[in-house]
Design a protein around this ligand. Sequence first.
Ligand code: SAH
Length: 367
Amino acid sequence: MSNAKMNVVGLTRTQLTHALSEHGIPQRQLAMRTAQIWQWVYYWGVRDFDEMTNLSKPFRATLKAHFCILLPELVARQVSIDGTRKYLVRIENGSEVEVVHIPDEGRGTLCISSQVGCTLTCSFCHTGTQKLVRNLTVSEIVGQIMLARDDLDDWPLRGSSRNGDRRISNVVLMGMGEPLLNFENVRDAMKITMDGEGIALGRRRITLSTAGIVPQIARTAKEIGCLLAVSFHATTDELRDKLVPINRKWNIQTLLKALRAYPRVTNSERITFEYVMIEGVNDSVEDARRLVKLLNGIPAKVNLIPFNEWPNAPYRRSPEYRIKAFADIVTSAGYASPVRTPRGEDILAACGQLKSATARCRSTTSA
Ligand code: SAH
């Protein structure tokens, strides 16, 4: 890589303006030049300065000398029979992360990663058994969205976006890693994604999922303003300490207090409580009743996720009748409680299976 060049992808508007001024762009042109480059890169998806036809040739030459437009490398793509796609993306130093696209009629959700691996060691999550390699950069986070838009032909005037449909209409930070332990980079990447002159996904179309890094919850509301999902999973501290060990640092009451204060909480912006259904561990009728009590006063929706098994996982998925009984109690208390249909199971793209799946594929191919 031409390491002297600065990557435009991942710069905030302010950083881009600053970088342009350092390369001699006059003060009075800075705002316009920033906007032009921004639109080419983030609105049109252009990767070559020579395609930026409203910029003069000498200016393009300056850009080429000092900047590049680089995405992480897409190394593999798997497509499930249900249309779900899983991308293996290589970032600098050879580390890899996975990205999942879940299509629906006229829309689609992209699940992106915020870290390579994870430090939280939740006992039911395979990603948690892998050691953290590092935080992703802003460029690597927003780059996942841009790569997927390339693959899905989802830039303006191309593919399905020609008739107004966006194949990536929503983004969820629910891939590998804990987004609130990489707060600044996640924030800047989401600001780029929300910018109205670029990718332009509204803040209500982005959901950040956290295991409960309490001090960063208020910042998420203030500095990002996206929707929030919380990996709740247990109704007593005793059990949550085991399932989501970060609970020992910020327990259920502390977490709920932060959620009650989430400043943007309104009925249209409910907090999603993710609850993985594990047989005989957290799926009883008593658990459901306790959950409903804890939620009292919080505009919430409960997303029940049937546990996805992985090799040597210490748990099993709750049987359907228990999930239904649980959902019935939560629903009759007035909370929506959809059961998340596992998507892309045949390509191991389901919640909690990321990365591990790739390692497994690799060992089969090399065997
Ligand atoms: N670290 C963040 C982001 C990960 S989101 C968080 O904890 O919220 C991934 C979601 O999938 C989380 O709700 C996580 O608890 C859930 N999950 C992890 N392993 C799972 C498994 N094996 N089966 C079902 N859901 C799982």
